[in-house]
Design a protein around this ligand. Structure first.
Ligand code: GRG
Length: 299
């Protein structure tokens, strides 16, 4: 982890978050575009103060492969749209039924359930429209980029994870079944983000393999930490309802293996993510710093 010491992650996050917000603002229809309600609802959740971890990972992966932010930006915005859609739908009464997200009332609490469903749908579709605007990368034609995003968000990955998560509620499941859920509902989109970053830098297949390995492990660690934070932080700190997992008897690492072991698992997964970055020979400092930040995060 030594290489990350001299890297200013706060500055990286501040500048990239700002750039991503400006790009999203340009890509999305304005609040005054008719029908006004849907564009207000899409923007409400998109600009509610998310951490922008997926775009940051995507841009950091591009940098590790010698790419430019400008080439990666449409893809960074596309993954954030998909992520925000999944949160809006996840918060609906038919799913996790949450009132609070990103420090604000959830989308359906402000706009009603019908508009919240449509805002999620519109953000999912918007993601593909934005991704289609990326430039042509010699090794990765548009069909590969679009298929990458579609597969990550489809019924074998993101949706599969959500389905398994819903079906596991109130049931006792094994660590292997929990891992199946985490791989799909969380790790896939984080992994897809770093892969897209690499693709936007026209990365080699060895680099893409390393990014996949990194993204998979960082993604799993991310969800273990998320589960830990749910039982150790307050709602104010998280910007969403804390203690929810216990309240609905959700299967989580702390519930199955305890807090101490969960922390160990998160550290082991992060170490595996670090090991995957060896091929970059010190050029993946931003990715290393992000992995370290994610395991230590408090919200
Ligand atoms: C198709 C109806 C329908 C629903 C799909 C796929 C889906 C709903 C939900 C995805 C499941 C989900 C919310 C997984 C959790 C991933 C996770 C830990 C999200 C929180 O990410 P952060 O902490 O959030 O990066 P911010 O708000 O900072 O962006």
């Amino acid at each position: 982890m030594a290489a990350t010491k001299s890297f200013d992650l706060n500055q990286f996050l501040a500048t990239r978050t700002d750039a991503v917000n400006r790009a999203l603002d340009q890509f999305l229809p304005s609040e005054t575009t008719r029908p006004v309600t849907i564009h207000k609802a899409m923007r409400y959740s998109l600009f509610a103060g998310g951490k922008r971890m997926r775009p940051a990972l995507l841009l950091a992966a591009a940098a590790a492969c010698g790419g430019r932010d400008a080439d990666a930006m449409p893809l960074a915005c596309a993954v954030e749209c998909i992520h925000t859609y999944s949160l809006i739908h996840d918060d609906l009464p038919a799913m996790d039924n949450d009132d609070f997200r990103r420090g604000k009332p959830t989308n359906h609490k402000v706009f009603g359930e019908g508009i919240a469903v449509l805002a999620g749908d519109a953000l999912l579709t918007q993601a593909f429209e934005i991704a289609a605007q990326c430039k042509k990368f010699p090794r990765y034609p548009h069909y590969r980029i679009i298929s990458e995003i579609a597969k990550a968000s489809g019924s074998l990955q993101l949706i599969a994870g959500q389905v398994a998560d819903l079906e596991a509620e109130g049931k006792k499941i094994s660590v292997d079944e929990l891992k199946f859920i985490h791989e799909r509902k969380t790790s896939t989109l984080l992994c897809c983000s770093v892969r897209l970053g690499g693709m936007s830098a026209n990365c080699t297949s060895a680099q893409l393999r390393a990014l996949t390995d990194f993204g998979y492990h960082v993604g799993l660690a991310f969800q273990v930490i998320d589960d830990i934070l749910d039982v150790t932080q307050t709602s104010e700190q998280l910007g969403k309802t804390a203690g929810k997992d216990v309240a609905v008897q959700k299967a989580t690492y702390p519930a199955i293996v305890g807090l101490e072991k969960s922390r160990k698992i998160a550290a082991q997964l992060t170490a595996k993510a670090f090991a995957a970055l060896k091929v970059f020979k010190g050029r993946a400092v931003a990715l290393e710093a992000l992995a370290e930040f994610l395991v230590k995060r408090e919200r």
